[in-house]
Design a protein around this ligand. Structure first.
Ligand SMILES: Cc1cc2nc3c(=O)[nH]c(=O)nc-3n(C[C@H](O)[C@H](O)[C@H](O)COP(=O)(O)OP(=O)(O)OC[C@H]3O[C@@H](n4cnc5c(N)ncnc54)[C@H](O)[C@@H]3O)c2cc1C
Ligand code: FES
Length: 264
């Protein structure tokens, strides 16, 4: 993990309120593992001391990129920045996904909204190609379809309003696929990033079909490096549970470790 002031190489609108930002970070880029994140200080912002966490989307040479949605003060200030301007980042942070080994389980990736950003590097580095299930409210929330197809992954889309792909939650086509190939249950593994209810549903599917699953628990964060405890979740410990910091012990967890308040 390094703290660096880095330069924006390019910054483009992807769709509506989504942006792709490429940063030149020669010390950081080679260290990045899929599922890790960067904690970004947006220097033009008045309260720039408070960093914002973003999954690392892509790595190329000495650059890495993030794919983000403009949702508030920080991301709005970020969206106004231009190539050549600087940001301060701490990265790579957190415990990422396990890259599936060659000849191992077929990966089934499940992503909701900007959760796609955490998935691309995993797909790219996986020697085993699989299926990526992408969900969102509307067509504009379906990100990276072409990026995944370009690296040979099958993409299945679901939107809540039915404007693209299947109508409904992304877990519907996921469940259908798992049921269709029930006999192969030992040979598949789920990986997911997205809203908490989606992660919980994926965890339940994994448990019901006895499939391994890794979930990226993107909680609100403050320090990003394990000192403030703003990001804790409950993780099973013996017959009980304990708090763990998603910024350091996570954000990616084996789904069997997570203690859901209401496991239904
Ligand atoms: C590990 C991790 C990885 C992330 N990766 C990405 C990513 O790849 N792309 C991306 O667009 N966003 C990602 N996020 C969410 C991103 O950090 C927030 O959207 C951002 O910090 C909002 O900052 P803001 O100042 O614009 O919003 P604020 O003005 O602080 O808040 C605006 C709205 O965004 C909501 N919000 C703030 N933080 C989060 C959060 N952590 N999760 C969900 N909603 C939040 C607030 O509740 C509020 O409704 C990630 C978060 C974590 C913890
Ligand atoms: S964000 Fe501070 S401990 Fe995780």
């Amino acid at each position: 993990m390094l703290e660096q002031t880095v330069q924006i190489v390019s910054h483009e609108r992807d769709a509506e309120s989504y942006f792709r930002l490429v940063l030149r970070a020669p010390g950081i880029a080679p260290l990045i593992q899929p599922g890790q994140f960067a904690h970004v200080r947006i220097l033009p912002l008045k309260d720039a001391l408070l960093r914002r966490p973003f999954s690392i989307f892509q790595v190329a040479g000495d650059t890495f990129s993030i794919l983000y949605k403009n949702v508030g003060k920080g991301t709005d200030a970020l969206s106004r920045m231009r190539a050549g301007e600087e940001l301060n980042v701490i990265a790579p942070l957190g415990h990422g996904f396990t890259v599936p080994p060659a000849g191992g389980e077929t990966p089934l990736l499940v992503a909701g909204g900007y959760g796609m950003a955490a998935m691309f590097l995993l797909a790219q580095r996986s020697p085993q190609k699989g299926i990526v299930f992408v969900g969102g409210r509307r067509r504009v929330d379906i990100l990276c379809e072409k990026d995944f197809a370009a690296i040979g992954w099958e993409v299945r889309v679901a939107t809540e309003d039915g404007s693209h792909g299947e109508k409904g939650f992304v877990t519907v086509p996921l469940l259908a696929e798992i049921q269709k190939r029930r006999a192969e249950s030992g040979k598949r593994k789920l990986f997911a990033c997205g809203p908490t209810p989606m992660l919980k549903a994926v965890g339940k599917i994994a448990a019901d079909f006895n499939l391994p699953a890794e979930l990226s628990m993107d909680e609100h964060m403050c320090c990003g490096v394990g000192t403030c405890l703003a990001c804790v979740i409950k993780v099973k410990s013996g017959d009980s549970w304990e708090y763990q910091r998603t910024c350091t012990e996570g954000p990616v967890y084996d789904s069997r470790e997570i203690f859901w308040e209401d496991p239904k």
